[in-house]
Design a protein around this ligand. Structure first.
Ligand SMILES: [Zn+2]
Length: 529
């Protein structure tokens, strides 16, 4: 028979309940206290002992751009390893493939007839050089002919000449400048001229039967041209996009809008201008490509991972300062601070500096393929890759429960940092654009820390103006604080993150439900046919 609960026993039960409650409360309070102490220390270290500008100078000014397959990419890999080691952090370069080795030398392009002017331009990445000498030759413009037969008949004309293959822009003024000062009718006239010209130029190349990427350059090259001159304007003052060449034997150079326009008008007017081009690149055969991986080993759950992610490579029209120097510096500085303030994390914290992102997320895709043991145990990946701006967006990338754990982590960040971040949960999975997508495709919770633009698209992304001076250090520091706090909170979280995928939206036009992106293979031997 059950004895009735005595008054003393009831009191004891109440007392135990209170004790339990108090201890849970105290534990939570202590955890929150520990969190806020670590967070305060992270902020203090980031603000009072920032290494960002020093690291930025070493990486962007001294080493410079980090084109895949260049000695500068390898130099950057080695530099990062030694920087990490100087902070007591284990780091290594992991080879994942090979690429065509190439090194840029001096590019010099001058107008030499009918007058002398040094032109602003550069050789495109991986372009053949001029064999240690200057080539002086006349210029010719791709003509507007009626069809591909007429074009084939004209093609021998290019022999020994520099061929202008781009349209000449009607104005070098960006739209916002036109709109600020132009009469309404002037602005619309200029914009119409530009779109008509663009369409006419596309039709000109189409009629020649050479619209496919690289087809025009190859036709001109095979017909014996001295070289190719192009201008890929990025719609801002003095800014061009600089990508890779498609020629195999002759140099391809890009000229500024202003100088290309000058050369184009002289050629079109029959003034028979001549330019002198010197491009001193070197071919280095196949070279190994590496990801730089740095690691602070976890103490309680060493086989679960928080990954700080940013691609390390860049295009080489400038210094790759905002694509992705700033992302790289953010992750390095965040890991440095974590090592100092939080040296014994619960989970392992890795920094992944991927190479060959620009040729198709190759470094991160290779890492995902080569390290299933890590990818299956990822707590979170934080990737940053869209410029110098402070982070203003964070999407759950289609993970059903992202709206539970991300806000939990974000709550520890100072108001000034988190208040301007617009979150979207569960969001939809990104299928490309940067390295987080390699992890998302494999079903691992990976997120993009999305930055404010600072005119990234026009002015610094893949341009000849992506240089140190464009960096807004306060914003990068903001991102360091955010990243370090997110990494700390994700590492300490008592719960392992859920990988459950949200039901994706139905496309209203096709009636089909969007599919989760599938993993793609890295190109492991690149730049060679
Ligand atoms: Zn990038």
């Amino acid at each position: 028979m059950k004895t009735p609960t005595s008054a003393t026993s009831l009191d004891r039960q109440i007392a135990i309940c209170i004790l339990l409650f108090v201890s849970v409360f105290l534990n939570t309070a202590m955890a929150q206290n520990k969190d806020s102490t670590i967070v305060q220390q992270i902020i203090k270290e980031a603000n009072e002992n920032s290494q960002l500008e020093k690291l930025g100078h070493e990486l962007l000014d001294v080493i410079g751009p980090r084109l895949t397959g260049t000695p500068q990419m390898k130099q950057a890999n080695d530099w990062a390893v030694s920087a990490y080691k100087s902070w007591g952090i284990n780091a290594r370069n992991e080879q994942w493939g090979q690429w065509r080795g190439w090194e840029r030398g001096v590019s010099h392009i001058d107008l030499v007839y009918p007058r002398v002017r040094s032109l602003e331009g550069t050789q495109l990445a991986w372009s053949p050089g001029t064999g240690g000498r200057s080539i002086v030759a006349e210029t010719v413009i791709i003509p507007d002919l009626k069809d591909s037969i007429a074009f084939r008949q004209w093609l021998p004309m290019v022999r020994g000449k520099f061929v202008l293959i781009s349209m000449a822009q009607p104005t070098g003024r960006p739209d916002e400048n036109l709109e600020q000062f132009g009469l309404k009718e002037t602005v619309s006239k200029i914009k119409k001229e530009r779109s008509d010209q663009t369409a006419a130029w596309a039709a000109r190349i189409g009629k020649a039967g050479l619209s496919a990427r690289g087809a025009l350059a190859r036709a001109v090259e095979n017909a014996g041209a001295a070289g190719i001159v192009q201008s890929n304007w990025s719609q801002g003052w003095g800014v061009n996009k600089i990508f890779g060449a498609t020629t195999k034997k002759i140099p391809t150079v890009d000229l500024s809008l202003e100088d290309y326009g000058l050369l184009y008008r002289l050629t079109e007017a029959g003034k028979k201008p001549k330019i002198s081009v010197r491009a001193d690149s070197r071919e280095l055969g196949l070279v190994p490509t590496f990801n730089t991986i740095a690691e602070i080993r976890g103490t309680e759950k060493p086989n679960e991972y928080v990954i700080l992610s940013a691609h390390f490579d860049s295009w080489d029209g400038a210094s790759g300062a905002t694509d992705n120097g700033t992302g790289t510096l953010t992750m390095m500085e965040a890991l440095r601070i974590l090592k100092k303030i939080y040296p014994n994390p619960k989970r392992t914290i890795l920094a992944g500096h991927w190479s060959s992102e620009e040729q198709g997320l190759n470094g991160s895709r290779a890492f995902v393929d080569d390290h299933p043991e890590i990818v299956q145990n990822i707590q979170a990946v934080f990737n940053q890759d869209n410029g110098t701006g402070r982070v203003v967006g964070l999407s759950g990338q289609g993970f059903q429960h992202s709206g539970e754990f991300i806000p939990r982590w974000l709550s520890a960040a100072p108001d000034s940092v988190k208040a301007r971040i617009q979150t979207t949960f569960p969001g939809t999975p990104g299928s490309g654009g940067s390295d987080f997508a390699s992890f998302v495709a494999a079903g691992a919770p990976a997120f993009s820390l999305s930055s404010l633009s600072w005119s990234y698209g026009n002015y610094t992304w893949h341009t000849n103006r992506d240089t140190y001076d464009k960096i807004i250090w306060d914003d990068v520091k903001n991102n360091v604080i955010l990243t370090a706090i997110l990494a700390y909170m994700a590492s300490e979280d008592p719960q392992t993150t859920s990988r459950e995928k949200a039901e994706l939206p139905v496309n209203s036009q096709t009636g089909e439900r969007a599919k989760w992106p599938t993993p793609r293979k890295a190109t492991r031997k690149g730049g060679v046919d």
